[in-house]
Design a protein around this ligand. Structure first.
Ligand SMILES: N[C@@H](CCC(=O)N[C@@H](CS)C(=O)NCC(=O)O)C(=O)O
Length: 216
């Protein structure tokens, strides 16, 4: 059986958990706050979460994990069978992870964790985000799902990252840099799914736990 390791407040953890739930794969969860102990590094060499344990060994990197799940468990596919359509879903996932979330992540310390970022970091991230969000908007369909008329792996990515990016940019720039995207109807539609509801509830609970740990 698959074990999903990490903490449920993490958007990357939620992305994998949502795919597991959507594909109806049996799994258990193991809490790990991205610690850098030897046992964790043996499974996830950068000490990042999520990672999974499989019968063959551990696997890190959320997108790699999603691809592995797709290849290993063909039920409830999250990628279209046609190669170009599947590549377009992967392209959207890449833009979300690399061009949107990773850039917005530079803001998270200040936006969510009471840290202060260097003004230059905040300043430089903004034009990059504006440009990358415009690029993502050219690809994203929201018709009604992010890649078109069916729920795909790209929705597992979009539904966890986009709200965090909205929150971070509102807090840091006083403006939602995703405002031009139709996120309200999209999040409402995705919010109807039991899988999304479960991930969101677990995420909230774990975020509260994380906050109480931080307070000591
Ligand atoms: N590229 C990684 C990113 C995972 C990631 O950044 N996870 C965060 C939690 S949301 C983490 O482990 N942070 C701790 C660290 O970077 O040491 C993936 O897709 O799995």
């Amino acid at each position: 059986m698959i074990t999903l390791v990490g903490f449920a407040a993490s958007n990357y953890y939620c992305k994998v958990k949502l795919a597991l739930l959507e594909k109806q794969i049996e799994f258990t969860e193991e809490l790990n706050w991205a610690t850098k102990d030897e046992a964790t590094l043996a499974c996830s060499p950068l000490g990042k979460v999520p990672f999974i344990r499989t019968e063959q060994g551990a696997l890190s990197e959320s997108q790699v994990i999603l691809e592995y799940l797709e290849d290993t468990y063909p039920q409830h596919p999250l990628l279209p069978a046609e190669p170009y359509a599947a590549a377009k879903v992967r392209e959207l996932s890449w833009y979300l992870d690399v061009h949107l979330e990773l850039v917005a992540r530079r803001l998270y310390g200040q936006a969510f964790f009471g840290k202060t970022a260097a003004p230059r970091v905040i300043e430089d991230a903004r034009p990059e985000l504006v440009r990358n969000i415009a690029a993502f908007a050219r690809l994203a369909k929201f018709a009604p799902y992010v890649a078109g008329d069916r729920f795909t792996l790209a929705d597992c990515v979009a539904v966890v990252h986009l709200p965090v990016i909205t929150m971070a940019t509102k807090r840091i720039y006083g403006e939602d840099l995703l405002a031009a995207l139709p996120l309200k109807p999209y999040m409402a539609l995705l919010g109807e799914r039991e899988t999304v509801q479960q991930v969101t509830a677990d995420r909230k609970e774990n975020t509260a736990l994380m906050a109480s740990r931080a307070r000591g």
